[in-house]
Design a protein around this ligand. Structure first.
Ligand code: AMP
Length: 187
């Protein structure tokens, strides 16, 4: 069962992804986590992306797509992927379709966690204290939100007509969101 968790930064995609990983014995593909790991390990990619990441700007499709491909084609992870933070643009959504088709897979569920800007700002401010992410400064949060509205939100039109697309009120408590997801998945 392959699932996309879609929504703005701070919507709770990572939290729900972690739950689904346990419940379904699946794999979380958080492109943000994968990219942060590259920075932590100080790889060539890490050196290239650090400025964009810290400023809340997108990392190039070329880099993100190539990192993602490794996971999609990993036979041990087939049909058990939870996409968290990918796709983030129309071109990434189309790239994902191609990768899944080429690896004989499909998306079974798309969950859109819909959250307003005020809630996001409050949540990310709290996360900054807990996780100390360098891109959780207020000015960067606002930049990331603008990028979401301009570039990521249009992906909704691409997915929303599909019968496997479900919108969930992401301002609800974590457990309530999880229950909604569980009900759709029948687990
Ligand atoms: P996240 O952890 O999903 O909030 O992502 C943190 C940062 O990683 C983003 O602000 C981008 O700089 C970068 N990033 C994560 N996923 C992507 C993606 N799919 N495309 C481009 N940049 C990404």
């Amino acid at each position: 069962m392959n699932i996309i968790l879609f929504g703005p930064p701070g919507a709770g995609k990572g939290t729900q992804a972690k739950y689904l990983v346990k419940k379904l014995n699946a794999y979380q593909i958080s492109t943000g986590d994968i990219l942060r790991e590259e920075i932590k390990k100080d790889t060539d990619i890490g050196k290239k992306i650090i400025n964009n990441m810290n400023e809340g700007k997108f990392v190039s499709d070329e880099i993100v797509n190539s990192l993602l491909k490794i996971y999609v084609f990993d036979p041990s992870k087939k049909q058990k992927l939870i996409f968290d933070g990918y796709p983030r643009s129309l071109s990434q959504a189309k790239n994902l379709d191609i990768l899944l088709k080429d690896s004989n897979q499909k998306i079974d569920y798309i969950f859109f966690l819909n959250v307003n800007k005020e809630t996001i700002v409050e949540r990310i401010k709290k996360r900054k204290v807990l996780e100390k992410r360098t891109d959780d400064e207020l000015v960067t949060i606002l930049k990331r939100y603008d990028t979401y509205i301009e570039t990521t939100r249009p992906v909704l039109d691409y997915y929303s007509k599909n019968s496997n697309f479900h919108e969930i009120d992401g301002t609800m408590e974590i457990d309530k969101i999880t229950s909604k997801i569980k009900a759709f998945l029948n687990v």
